[in-house]
Design a protein around this ligand. Structure first.
Ligand code: ZN
Length: 149
C-alpha cells in the first residue's frame, strides 16, 4: 500500500472534470487504487477522498471508518437516489484545498446506491455528517469543488 499524492486543486488538471464509470471493479489496478486511497485518507485523517483528488478520473470515493455506517467505506459508481428537501448549512473543508472552509447548504439526508470493492451493489440511507460527506464526495465525481458551491 502506498500513500498517494493529493495535489492542490489548482495544480490538478482533472479535478474539475466529470469522472468515468469503473467498468471492472475486480481489475487489479482498481483494487490497488482503492487500497491506496484508503491508506491516503487514513494518513491525512480526512472524512472522505475521491479518485479525482489523487489524479484518477474514475467514479470511486472512500470514507473513513468512523464516519461510515454499516462498515461501508468504499463507493464505486455511486448514485444519489434520493435527496431530502430539508437542507442544512455547515462548514466544510477539502483535502484538495487545505485551509479553506466554506459553509455549504446540502440535503440533510440522502439515499446512495453504489458497489463495494467486491463488486456487490448496496444501498444506504444517511443523515447528518455522513449525508454531507456523500454529497461532497459525489460532487468530486462530477468535477465540483466546495469553491464552486
Ligand atoms: Zn473534497
Amino acid at each position: 500500500m502506498s500513500i498517494l499524492n493529493i495535489p492542490l486543486y489548482n495544480q490538478n488538471p482533472i479535478i474539475r472534470q466529470k469522472t468515468k464509470e469503473v467498468a471492472d471493479v475486480k481489475n487489479s489496478e482498481i483494487q490497488q487504487l482503492i487500497l491506496n486511497m484508503k491508506e491516503t485518507l487514513r494518513a491525512h485523517q480526512g472524512l472522505g477522498l475521491a479518485a479525482p483528488q489523487v489524479s484518477k478520473s474514475l467514479r470511486i470515493f472512500v470514507i473513513n471508518d468512523a464516519t461510515s455506517a454499516q462498515s461501508k467505506t468504499v463507493f464505486i459508481n455511486p448514485k444519489i437516489k434520493r435527496k431530502s428537501l430539508g437542507k442544512t448549512c455547515e462548514e466544510e473543508g477539502c483535502l484538495s484545498a487545505p485551509g479553506v472552509y466554506k459553509s455549504i447548504k446540502r440535503s440533510s439526508s440522502v439515499t446512495i446506491e453504489a458497489f463495494n470493492e467486491k463488486g456487490e451493489k448496496f444501498k444506504l440511507k444517511a443523515k447528518g455528517l455522513l449525508a454531507r460527506v456523500f454529497q461532497h464526495e459525489h460532487d468530486h465525481l462530477e468535477g465540483i469543488l466546495i469553491l464552486d458551491r
